[in-house]
Design a binder for this molecule. Structure first.
Ligand code: ADP
Ligand code: ASP
Ligand code: MG
Length: 411
């Protein structure tokens, strides 16, 4: 007998029929003698619909009330799944975040799970029930409802698996595993049998939304066996593992991630004197805007150009801060654009292989794609390019690094 925590995402519970299909899947695990804790997301589109309602009332709704609002989506799904299980003779009980003992800090809309009191869930499991928990939500010390950030049900799943010492945390979604890149952009992307935590962490933080980044951090920290699988078809999925280089050489590149939510701001012709970077960036960070890449050009005539990238949501705020500061900084101009994106290649095998960057740059050059900024770390290389080249760049790199799946030859 094993204990599984299974998380089903929005598409997997998107209709009543799909919820009933999830119930059948859960039943098959129960019938095989296993204990099951199920974490569900809101039905697909529901969280966006709720956010839309709030935005139709206010541009900056109260974060506490936002959490009260958006946490309702998951409450609907736990009740429906519980009913669907009961209908087919499986004893099940639903738990909202607070009923499941999920305690978080008090940072609304991106709260972190601090601890889980799993006694209530344990008692129900011991009685043979399936426990169904609302993903994405918890409660803070003052009994306020909190939510964990978009995609947060993944993190609920992994955190529960850690707290309950589950044998495996299974993330069921609308693709049958983690691919070398988003299969919606590159049809020739390949499912990976295994991917290391380190690589998955980079891929998630660089834009691969298949797992919320915090869920990967959590799984790595608490050594939770984590697997991504399809809720619509059977298969082994992808195991996220600590193993590196077990039987065979690690591939140089595991996968390609990309992110469209990028924007850049350029301050031109600022005097190139000590302290200029901080005079530009401190007001930006004071406004709680996270800066990603920073590029300072070589100075000419004692002045320089300074460019930085931010999340697209923060673009207009960052731009207006610098436009206000322009004369104080002595800048010639302040401009920006939000039609850029970031493409990143990730792989632990990069550590031992030189030449990945040059091959990446050459591949992009051959497609006439201009690189606007570059950053690297031991296991990743990211470039910023114009958004209109995103698909072209990802497909070209996927092919050049031999990640494409082999297409069956036509007879
Ligand atoms: P869920 O609603 O189940 O949480 P998500 O939409 O959050 O599902 O995540 C699954 C989606 O992630 C897939 O439909 C796919 O388009 C996208 N995705 C992005 N990068 C990858 C990748 N490398 N491998 C698999 N899926 C990816
Ligand atoms: N329903 C939430 C969202 O759409 C959480 C999740 O699905 O993981 O972001
Ligand atoms: Mg998700």
């Amino acid at each position: 007998m094993a204990l599984y925590v299974q998380k089903y995402g929005g598409t997997s519970v998107g209709t009543v029929e799909r919820i009933e299909a999830v119930a059948q899947k859960v039943k098959s695990f129960r019938d095989a003698g296993h204990q099951v804790v199920v974490v569900v997301s809101a039905m697909s589109g529901e969280t966006n619909r709720l956010i839309g309602l709030a935005k139709s009332i206010s541009d900056s709704p109260d974060p506490r009330e936002m959490d009260v609002l958006v946490s309702t989506g998951e409450q609907v799904t736990i009740a429906l799944l519980s009913m669907a299980l009961q209908k087919i003779g499986v004893d099940a009980r639903s738990f909202t975040g607070w009923q499941a003992g999920i305690h978080t800090d008090n940072v609304h809309m991106k709260a972190r799970i601090e601890d889980i009191n799993s006694d209530g869930m344990r008692a129900e499991l011991d009685q043979g029930k399936v426990v169904i928990v609302a993903g994405f939500q918890g409660i803070d010390d003052d009994n306020n409802i909190t939510t964990l950030g978009r995609g947060g049900s993944d993190t609920t799943g992994v955190a529960l698996a850690a707290a309950l010492k589950a044998d495996e945390c299974q993330i069921y979604t609308d693709v049958d595993g983690v691919y070398t890149t988003d299969p919606r952009v590159v049809p020739l992307a390949r499912r990976m049998e295994k991917v290391t935590f380190e690589e998955m962490l980079e891929m998630a933080s660089l834009g691969s939304k298949v797992l919320q980044i915090r869920s990967v951090e959590f799984a790595g920290k608490y050594k939770v066996p984590l697997r991504v699988l399809s809720s619509f078809q059977d298969g082994p999925g992808t195991l996220i593992t600590t193993e590196e280089n077990s039987s065979m050489e690690n591939p140089v590149i595991a996968g390609i991630a990309f992110n469209r939510d990028e924007a850049k701001v350029t301050v031109k012709g600022v005097p190139d004197i000590p302290g200029v970077a901080s005079r530009i960036l401190v007001p930006v960070s004071d406004a709680n805007i996270e800066v990603d890449m920073i590029i300072q050009n070589v100075s000419a005539d004692g002045t320089t150009d300074f460019t930085f990238t931010v999340h697209r949501n923060d673009y207009s705020k960052a731009l207006s801060i610098l436009q206000r500061l322009a004369s104080e900084l002595g800048a010639a101009s302040v401009s920006g654009t939000d039609d850029i994106c970031k493409v990143s290649m990730v792989g632990v095998g990069m550590r031992s292989h030189a030449g990945v960057a040059s091959k990446m740059f050459k591949t992009l050059a051959d497609e006439n794609i201009n690189i606007l900024a570059i950053t690297t770390s031991e296991i990743k290389i990211s470039v910023v390019i114009a958004e209109k080249y995103l698909e072209l760049a990802v497909r070209a790199l996927h092919k050049a690094f031999e990640l494409d799946a082999e297409v069956a030859e036509e007879k």
